[in-house]
Design a protein around this ligand. Structure first.
Ligand SMILES: Cc1cc2nc3c(=O)[nH]c(=O)nc-3n(C[C@H](O)[C@H](O)[C@H](O)COP(=O)(O)O)c2cc1C
Length: 500
């Protein structure tokens, strides 16, 4: 109960309201800007490979058609390259910054990745723990275990450095870190699918994930730059194995900022939401219209957030295809889209619901405005109310024009009370992971259709809930999103990463 109370307090306190945004510095303290790259000092660095050969994007949805890649350094290289690697270097006005395959709020990149693998050539002669260094596209070898580990399976652990986002976003940042973790999870799942691999999220205690990666060895980290364990993913065929024990590691984490601003609520919410990671009831999607497409690697590298959209429309087929792609985040079954449809051919403007999991339909109808029509358009799509919602979309998205200039924008409405009741406080963290995973998938689907998307973490929570007529906390919107056609800023030049 104590942890649930901490969640409810954090969630309410970090809502953006028209008269008061969640607490943050309100200015950019450039002197303390965190280094986006974690490194462990003096670790052996194992360079990874580059490969350009990836299957067509549409085949990822039918991955029984794809051959399973062998577990070797080349395939792990490809997995990391197309999930968490650098996708582009941007340059403008004398400054340069890297973008990655996984979207991240403010491009602050809190997610870190660890690999626990059996012995294999090119990495280590022993089972090992290593950390991914995206700038170098290399693995830092942290430990060789003196045990046997089943071949053909390896583990990917994800964690978040909360400070990276706290630097800019203050108290609301913990939400963004979790959404970013969701993006990273789906980025790994998609990259694994390119190799014919399936991912399984393990129902592990997050404390054990932290111990596995050495994140509980606090003396190795600056006290404000702790890493919070998020999730453990198993890739490969072996289902029974025991986790190795990681001893005290001799490598200290680099310091990311010379000084810090403390937001005590972040440690409280992070501690409250540790526990056994929940396994949700999966969706069973089917893909219609698998269209021939570009290579999946190209789509992953081309995925970009639109900064501005041109206000043009999309076809109904494109719209349906985007919604359908969201179902391939099969573990994200507690999320529905409440959509402002501005310009989709064949649909009148208005407020729509996309119910991704029909088991929630009755409770959604009962929770929302009783005057909504719930006119059935098939495949989970319902018209709630006709009208021009462009102004409302912009207002709710902290006045960001991309929400009105996209073809449609929406809030991801989550079955909040059910998750907390079923899974406890960690259900809150899990809901953000569900939303972030969907976000990453929709970015890729939009890119494959020649469209663009942008995740929207800045929105007025209760203004949106009021517009939907929600009267209590059974449903809460945790992430917003817009999809349309980007206006490209030609002043910014794009360079290839890893040219060295
Ligand atoms: C959780 C999350 C929240 C975001 N919120 C916003 C937002 O409110 N407004 C915006 O313009 N972009 C937003 N973005 C887009 C990021 O700024 C963008 O992903 C980042 O700059 C990296 O650029 P890229 O997506 O092109 O790689 C968000 C992205 C994520 C993942």
């Amino acid at each position: 109960m104590k942890n649930i109370a901490a969640v409810l307090e954090y969630h309410d306190r970090t809502k953006h309201r028209p008269t008061r945004y969640a607490a943050s510095l309100r200015y950019m303290d450039w002197a303390t800007q965190p280094n986006p790259y974690r490194r462990y000092e003096n670790t052996p660095l194992i360079p990874l490979f580059f490969s350009d050969t990836t299957p067509p994007y549409h085949l990822l949805f039918e991955n029984h058609l794809l051959p399973k890649a062998p577990l070797c350094i080349e395939s792990i290289s490809q997995l990391l390259r197309y999930s968490l690697g650098l996708a582009a270097i941007k340059s403008h006005g004398g400054s340069q910054w890297a973008l990655r395959c996984n979207a991240s709020s403010g491009n602050l990149q809190p997610s870190e990745c660890y690999i626990i693998a059996p012995a294999f050539k090119g990495l280590s002669n022993h089972p090992s723990l290593s950390h991914y260094a995206p700038r170098e596209h290399a693995l830092e070898l942290l430990h060789n275990y003196n045990i046997d580990m089943e071949e053909g399976t390896f583990l990917v652990a994800l964690s978040s450095i909360i400070w990276r986002e706290a630097w800019k976003y203050g108290e609301r940042c913990w939400r963004y870190c979790q959404l970013d973790a969701g993006h990273a999870i789906q980025a790994i799942r998609v990259s694994a699918a390119m190799l014919g691999w399936e991912c399984e999220i393990l129902s592990m205690d997050t404390t054990d994930i932290g111990a596995l990666c050495g994140l509980d060895q606090y003396a190795r980290f600056d006290s404000m730059e702790w890493e919070s364990p998020d999730i453990l993913i198993r890739i490969g065929h072996c289902t029974s194995f025991s986790l190795p024990t990681t001893p005290l590691l001799p490598y200290n984490a680099n310091r990311l900022s010379p000084a810090h601003h403390e937001w005590p609520i972040l440690k409280i919410i992070d501690t409250a939401t540790q526990g056994t990671y929940p396994l949700t009831v999966p969706l069973t999607p089917s893909r219609h219209l698998p269209t021939p497409s570009k290579s999946s690697g190209e789509i992953v590298l081309k995925r970009r957030s639109a900064q501005m959209m041109d206000g043009s429309g999309i076809t109904l087929e494109q719209f349906r295809q985007i919604l359908n792609a969201s179902l391939f985040c099969t573990e994200a079954s507690d999320v529905h889209f409440m959509m402002f449809i501005h310009r989709v051919e064949g649909l009148e403007r208005g407020l729509y619901a996309y119910v991704r999991n029909q088991t929630d339909l009755v409770s959604l109808i009962e929770s929302m405005d009783i005057t909504f029509k719930w006119k059935d358009y098939g495949e989970g799509l319902y018209l709630l109310k006709e009208g021009d919602y462009r102004g409302a979309a912009q207002m709710i998205s902290c006045n960001q024009e991309i929400a009105k200039d996209g073809a449609f924008s929406f809030g991801m409405l989550c079955h909040f009370s059910k998750s907390l009741e079923t899974y406890g406080a960690i259900g809150y963290k899990n809901l953000y992971h569900q939303c972030g995973s969907i976000g990453q998938m929709l970015y890729l689907e939009a890119t494959s259709l020649g469209l663009s998307a942008t995740g929207i973490g800045c929105f007025l929570d209760d203004e949106f809930h009021a517009l939907l007529g929600l009267r209590d906390q059974s449903y809460q919107s945790l992430y917003h999103f817009t999809i349309g056609r980007a206006i490209i800023d030609t002043r910014i030049t794009t360079l290839e990463p890893y040219t060295h």
